[in-house]
Design a protein around this ligand. Structure first.
Ligand SMILES: [Zn+2]
Ligand SMILES: [Zn+2]
Length: 200
């Protein structure tokens, strides 16, 4: 079975796609991909975990969190990735993954992703992160980019209103709401909303 790998990114603590080895092909898929290479291609190395005797003990460290991961994956794709469609586009547009190989198998990522995601035995798993300590998940990376561009616009005198980072983090700050309230500009909340606000 092939694996789609997720990890807890050390820089933000969120679970998200791994940047390197996002998919681990099973030996069947690996053999198919190897066979489709030309004879002059450099030799490929099968996934290390399938070729070492300790593979079964190694895999016990992984635990399934598929529900949680699917949820975070969905929210990431709906809120910050409106313009990209699939995993191929995602890989090639990420600022962290250099063009070409982001895997140890030696197969171009778009080929590997296509073949592995079509594997009937595809499983989702989380791995212990081996990346740099400051690395963040893709959604955080996207928000950091939004913050960077908001700051850039601010420095150039354009203000921040309407930017994605402003809408997410600054539009409804406590101070701004308190001021609106004092000036009588807050809309009167409906009964349900009022209950929630009163509880805080
Ligand atoms: Zn497979
Ligand atoms: Zn994150």
């Amino acid at each position: 079975m092939c694996f789609k790998n997720y990890t807890q990114h050390p820089g933000c603590g969120h679970y998200g796609e791994t940047y390197h080895n996002h998919y681990t092909p099973c030996l069947t898929v690996f053999a198919t991909l190897s066979a489709s290479r030309g004879p002059s291609s450099p030799p490929l190395s099968p996934p290390a975990e399938f070729s070492v005797p300790s593979a079964s003990t190694k895999q016990k460290r992984f635990f399934s969190m598929s529900n949680m991961l699917q949820r975070s994956n969905t929210s990431a794709s709906s809120s910050s990735r409106r313009t990209v469609s699939g995993p191929e586009a995602r890989t090639s547009t990420s600022s962290f993954v250099p063009d070409g190989l982001a895997n140890d198998v030696g197969i171009p990522d778009h080929e590997l992703i296509t073949a592995a995601s079509a594997c009937p035995g595809l499983r989702i798993r989380t791995q212990v992160s081996k990346g740099p300590g400051g690395r963040v998940c893709k959604e955080c990376a996207q928000w950091l980019e939004y913050m960077r561009s908001m700051l850039d616009g601010y420095d150039k005198g354009r203000g921040v209103r309407g930017t994605p980072a402003f809408n997410m983090f600054l539009e409804h700050t406590r101070e701004s709401r308190a001021m609106m309230d004092m000036l009588g500009l807050l809309p009167t909340p409906g009964p349900a909303e009022g209950t929630v606000l009163g509880g805080r």
